[in-house]
Design a protein around this ligand. Structure first.
Ligand SMILES: *Cc1c(COP(=O)(O)O)cnc(C)c1O
Length: 358
């Protein structure tokens, strides 16, 4: 439990966006944010909810120089009865602890973390949108605040939670994306930080994303960092293929981010009777399947879009269309299944949802 969360409400009431479809992802923040400090002497202390705004930070703080930073991305949804619920929040809390361990940052007690999430969302409950497919995106993150340019683990950290009302990723129904298989840059290697949700991984990935975007692709599909032979994941999503009736997703080998949407998708697909394999899948196997018509569907999974159908793949200048560029039946069923449970419209037989109201 947190000893005390000090709450300082803002006095300048801001407008809550009425038409959520006009809000760009992650550009509009709710009224308040949660902050808490850590150092080895005092542990976690000074928990507070304050108006969203700039935080004073010394330019010598270690995060700016050595990128000791981790984050999470999760969502809370407005239920049809008006209440609010989180999707598998303890999975994000556990993952943040694993990310932190990799980059030598302190973990937080799980109940303490959940308490912070609850309190913040409660304070800004009116910011949780209710339009179809909309949600409150929650961004917890933590970074090193020791001042000094020596390279070592920082002793002090700031933990912060921001929230943003977000519209459905697909206002007019899910839309197939075009992805480029990246054969030059790599995102992560085994033994590195690929499995951790840390800002540094993204810094390494932006160049390829930028190049792909200039060529008209919405995402990059990463190959393994050693041989550039095996499929890893897409931008901020894990990837799944339906090949010859079976669903295949790259195994978690240390460089792939263990997505919670990925895990939930596998559970849901298996409960529906699909065979799901987690294994190495080479880009050659994928291209072969695409050429001989066995690649039936492809989709990405991640918190932001939930499920993204892949309509086109490009590798070394060769183009492949999946499902004639449309949406496959399993992709659609998975999207409807997951978003149904998240929004409270479909019974939560997996007990994934955590109500805000206790
Ligand atoms: C967050 C993230 C994912 C998706 O994880 P979810 O828990 O499903 O949101 C996939 N890949 C990367 C690189 C990520 O950062």
């Amino acid at each position: 439990m947190i000893k005390e969360i000090k709450i300082q409400l803002r006095d300048d009431k801001r407008e809550i966006p009425q038409d959520i479809s006009k809000v760009k992802f992650g550009k509009t923040f709710s009224d308040h944010m949660f902050l808490m400090d850590y150092n080895s002497k005092d542990g976690w202390h000074d928990a507070r909810i304050v108006p969203h705004g700039p935080i004073p930070i010394d330019p010598g703080a270690m995060v700016f120089h050595y990128a000791q930073e981790i984050f999470e991305g999760m969502k809370a949804y407005r239920r049809p009865d008006g209440g609010v619920q989180f999707f598998r929040p303890y999975e994000n809390i556990k993952r943040m602890a694993r990310s932190g361990e990799r980059v030598s940052m302190p973990a937080m007690d799980e109940d303490m973390f959940m308490e912070a999430l609850r309190k913040l969302v409660e304070v800004d409950k009116d910011w949780v949108p209710s339009a179809a497919g909309s949600s409150l995106y929650i961004r917890p993150f933590m970074f090193a605040t020791d001042v000094g340019l020596g390279v070592h683990a920082s002793d002090s950290y700031l933990f912060c939670i921001l929230t943003c009302p977000v519209a459905s990723y697909y206002p007019e129904g899910i839309n197939p994306i075009k992805i480029m298989i990246e054969d030059e840059d790599v995102r992560a290697v085994r033994g590195g930080t690929g499995f951790a949700k840390c800002g540094g991984n993204y810094a390494a990935s932006i160049r390829a994303s930028k190049r792909a975007s200039e060529k008209g692709f919405s995402q990059v599909l990463w190959l393994d960092g050693v041989e550039r032979k095996y499929i890893e994941e897409v931008g901020a999503m894990n990837i799944m293929f339906k090949i010859d009736g079976k669903i295949i997703t790259p195994a978690l080998n240390g460089s792939v981010l263990p997505g919670i949407t990925r895990m939930s998708s596998m559970e849901l697909l298996r409960s529906w009777g699909y065979e799901v394999e987690e294994r190495l899948i080479s880009v050659d196997e994928l291209m072969e399947a695409a050429k001989n018509g066995k690649l039936e569907e492809a989709w990405g999974t991640g918190t932001a879009a939930v499920v993204s159908p892949v309509g086109r793949l490009t590798y070394k200048g060769e183009d492949f269309t999946v499902q004639d560029g449309g949406i496959g039946p399993v992709t659609q069923k998975l999207y409807d299944g997951l978003t149904g449970i998240q929004s409270g419209k479909v019974e939560d037989t997996f007990h994934w949802m955590e109500k805000l109201e206790k």
